[in-house]
Design a protein around this ligand. Structure first.
Ligand SMILES: NC(=O)c1ccc[n+]([C@@H]2O[C@H](COP(=O)([O-])OP(=O)(O)OC[C@H]3O[C@@H](n4cnc5c(N)ncnc54)[C@H](OP(=O)(O)O)[C@@H]3O)[C@@H](O)[C@H]2O)c1
Length: 390
């Protein structure tokens, strides 16, 4: 179908979700899980947040008007959408939506399509451009997003992409390479960007020769394994299913581990990496399987907290995982390093002109008192014993 933009408002087909008018229970939102303390948010903050009515049964197909693009907008003919588990969260009312006074929502965030009409004055795009849309249209740049940047998402607060034609702001779109089909490109907004953030967004960027453990054989992990291979590194894919692991091997993954059959699967990773461990380990268990992920990582490696898929018996664990995930925290073990680090430390102290704070100096003969004082935790800063005066 091609919309006749000049003759009124032509119809198109959209998959629509009925939104329940009930106010969301703040206890059920992810926002609640990532707040800095355990207190529930003021429910008044959430008055405009609605839970979608439960379940895909509330979806229906409907003809809706196609609108012509306004200034700074383009009309995109959506050629493919890819699905993510968050789409299910919206359908099942686990993720809330801030859409006020609107009974309906078009779900699904990730699409690829082509621009079929430009708003007046739009010069940054051309008709026929092949595009995907960013997941958080408001987050244009920068490492630390504002609340506004990330709290409005496609297929949740903004209408989604399960529709034949959709208007987008010009700055919400990214051109896709000719090498990708629309179906392939539609996987990039969430799964692709997630993989990119894991492999290239942290302190240790992926390097050729690295090992990366990908949990399960879902959308993020298999794309992650493919990009790992493409970058000259080695993916290790885990799964509950030997059949799914066979499929991963067909994609070129040499090392696979069945995490159901091997509850201590980190041992397999250590074998594969000759005892060293993997440079990157991705964990989607919401802390329930974190012990395996930590033990599978090499010294100086990174464990990436990605999801909350484990059997969440303990809400505190899930909350911890959500805090690390949504606040993009790096939880990093500290142990002092080699001589080069010692030299670097001296240089830093010299250049910063810092005089290390010593709160108490004991003579050598009173060393015992010094140790007892330390034991009693009454001190601040450092306690020093002068051993030889001259
Ligand atoms: N933080 C973010 O920005 C972000 C972005 C995207 C996705 N995610 C999260 O990342 C996770 C994966 O996303 P996805 O889109 O790839 O989901 P998906 O396509 O639904 O795949 C999920 C896979 O995870 C595996 N899995 C389930 N429980 C597991 C466990 N206890 N240990 C290891 N693997 C397990 C399963 O693999 P097998 O069937 O092979 O066992 C399942 O197929 C989800 O939790 C999602 O919410 C987070």
């Amino acid at each position: 179908m091609s919309p006749e933009l000049h003759s009124g408002e032509p119809e198109q087909r959209a998959i629509i979700l009925v939104i329940s008018p009930s106010v969301c229970d703040p206890g059920r939102t992810f926002a609640n899980m990532i707040s800095n303390n355990d207190e529930r948010r003021d429910p008044h903050d959430l008055q405009s947040i609605h839970n979608p009515a439960c379940g895909p049964d509330k979806l229906f197909l409907q003809d809706v008007p196609v609108h012509a693009p306004g200034p700074d907008e383009v009309l995109v003919k959506i050629r493919a959408v890819s699905l993510n588990y968050r789409d299910i969260h919206f359908l099942n009312g686990i993720s809330p939506t801030k859409r006020e006074n609107e009974p309906h929502l078009i779900p699904v965030s990730d699409m690829a399509g082509e621009i079929v009409a430009l708003g007046s004055g739009v010069s940054s795009w051309h008709i026929g451009a092949r595009v995907i849309a960013t997941f958080n249209p408001n987050w244009q740049a920068g490492d630390i997003p504002s609340e506004a940047d990330i709290s409005w998402v496609l297929g949740g607060d903004f209408g989604g992409c399960l529709v034949q034609y959709r208007l987008y702001k010009t700055n919400a779109l990214v051109e896709i390479p000719a090498s990708l089909s629309f179906e392939e490109a539609s996987t990039l907004p969430i799964a692709g960007m997630t993989v990119h953030e894991i492999l290239f967004g942290g302190a240790r960027k992926l390097q050729a020769g690295d090992y990366v453990v990908w949990p399960g054989t879902g959308g993020v992990s298999l794309l992650g394994a493919q990009i790992t291979l493409g970058a000259g590194a080695t993916p290790i894919v885990t799964s509950s299913s030997d059949e799914k692991l066979e499929l991963a091997r067909k994609l070129g993954v040499e090392y696979t581990v069945n995490y159901k059959k091997n509850p201590d699967w980190y041992k397999e990773v250590l074998d594969i990496t000759k005892g060293k461990g993997a440079e990157h380990v991705v964990d989607c268990t919401g802390m329930t399987g974190i012990h395996n992920s930590i033990k599978a990582a090499r010294v100086g490696g990174q464990v990436h907290i990605l999801g909350l898929l484990g059997d969440q018996q303990n809400p505190e664990q899930a909350t911890l995982a959500a805090q690390i995930m949504f606040r993009k925290l790096t939880v990093r073990g500290i142990i002092i390093g080699p001589k080069t680090q010692c030299e670097a430390t001296v240089r830093v102290v010299e250049t910063t002109k810092v005089k290390p704070f010593v709160s108490k100096v004991y003579p050598f003969e009173e060393a015992k008192d010094a140790l007892k004082f330390l034991e009693g935790h009454g001190h601040v800063g450092k306690i020093v014993i002068t051993v030889c005066k001259d």
